[in-house]
Write a protein that binds this ligand. Structure first.
Ligand code: GLA
Length: 399
């Protein structure tokens, strides 16, 4: 749904639910990771960008301590909870837990909140590995920051979103998704150091499009396999006597290979080499060096396939097909946690139509599954979209 339509839609749903216009509108985007996969929870580097698919909340503060939420995309399901009582998981509605979890973790950090009427909607594809959950967590943090004038940094909103997902929802993700949803910038990729949370904005070359292809392979094993990979990485760091896999170079890893069982070595090899590739890719992006980006993205995909073993055949097919077509003019790899989800490709605008046609004419015939294609633009991170100015009876855009 285009931004304007999404905005009008959430306002009309708010008026329907609460009988008045919302006073504020907040948004937080999904993300696509250009390179740096499974490096975030190893204290390493990632290079994602925020995308122009967002979760949006229309909000008005209440005079009591009740939070009322309507999920416009789930047949207007409702949730109500009190800020004065211990916040528990919702017995039936998973979407509610992202909101309850962020509110609970804001309170746990000592932030004083007030009640609110909220309506939530979003167009980040769900279950595709484009961080619809992180965008929901971050927009909830941003909403309470705005409504209650909280003194809270973007990094803290990201950390609280991750805590809510780890401890309240129960999914053991790293910090990448929330950080880029909070800190992204239009036309820039974000080089994030997941240990210090320092970010460096890298301009995206004007001549490249960001194309995302959802394989629509159901990501069945994703939670258990994700946790297994995390444990294997922790085990590797322990056996190597380091705090995290961030703390060893590829050369040193080769020297100390004997310390690791075969499979553990392969997992470590992916993470350590991926960190080096991510830093090199940030440099190549800065220079607009497409052939280097193309090589690094190809190596990243091969490493996810052969060392980390998180790709699936239909995804390998899309990557091989596009890589053949793009040659050194663009890059392509699987993006996200793995076992399905999306591939990301960077390519000259003039090659986009041909790439789409190629996948449309081969992928379904090969795999029996129809893909979905999104052409994206690197976008701004979370923020307030507007607040309603009573005195002038007009909506003020917040830049
Ligand atoms: C998921 C997690 C992220 C990150 C990626 C893999 O998207 O939410 O924290 O670990 O997988 O790079």
């Amino acid at each position: 749904m285009p931004a304007q339509t999404q905005r009008d839609y959430v306002i009309s749903q708010f008026e329907r639910a609460y009988g008045a216009k919302p006073e504020h509108l907040f948004q937080a985007p999904g993300r696509v990771n250009l390179i740096g996969e499974h490096t975030d929870y190893n204290d390493g580097f990632v290079l994602p960008c925020a995308i122009d698919y967002k979760t949006v909340i229309a909000a008005t503060a209440r005079n009591d301590n009740q939070v009322h939420v309507v999920a416009a995309d789930y047949q207007n399901q409702k949730d109500t909870f009190s800020l004065d009582e211990s916040i528990e998981n919702h017995p039936e509605q998973l979407w509610s837990d992202y909101i309850r979890g962020v509110v609970k973790h804001l309170q746990m950090r000592g932030h004083r909140l007030k009640g609110a009427n909220l309506v939530v909607t979003g167009n980040v594809p769900q279950g595709a590995g484009l961080s619809s959950s992180a965008s929901l967590e971050v927009v909830v943090g941003e909403t309470f920051k705005g409504l209650c004038q909280l003194d809270i940094s973007k990094q803290d909103i990201a950390r609280i979103g991750q805590e809510a997902e780890n401890q309240f929802v129960g999914c053991n993700c790293g910090i990448m998704d929330q950080m880029v949803s909070a800190c992204g910038e239009a036309h820039k990729a974000v080089l994030l150091d997941c240990r210090s949370l320092e970010t460096q904005l890298i301009p995206m070359p004007d001549e490249l499009s960001v194309v995302i292809i959802n394989s629509n392979v159901k990501r069945g094993l994703v939670d258990s396999e994700y946790n297994t990979r995390r444990l294997q990485c922790e085990k590797a760091a322990k056996l190597l006597g380091i705090e995290a896999l961030r703390d060893i170079s590829l050369k040193d890893l080769e020297h100390r290979k004997v310390l690791l069982p075969d499979e553990t070595y392969l997992r470590a090899h992916h993470v350590v080499s991926e960190n080096e590739r991510t830093l090199a890719a940030a440099e190549a992006l800065k220079q607009g060096d497409c052939s280097q980006l193309s090589r690094l993205m190809a190596q990243s995909h091969a490493s996810m396939r052969d060392d980390f073993e998180i790709t699936v055949e239909p995804i390998d097919f899309i990557v091989a097909t596009l890589s053949d077509y793009l040659k050194e003019k663009g890059g392509v790899r699987m993006t996200g946690g793995g076992f399905g989800g999306c591939i990301v490709a960077l390519m000259p605008h003039a090659m986009v139509e041909g790439a789409c046609q190629l996948i449309e004419s081969t992928y379904e015939a090969h795999s029996g599954i129809k893909e979905t294609i999104y052409i994206c633009t690197a976008s701004d991170g979370a923020g307030e979209v507007f607040h309603w100015d009573e005195s002038q009876s007009s909506a003020r855009r917040v830049s």
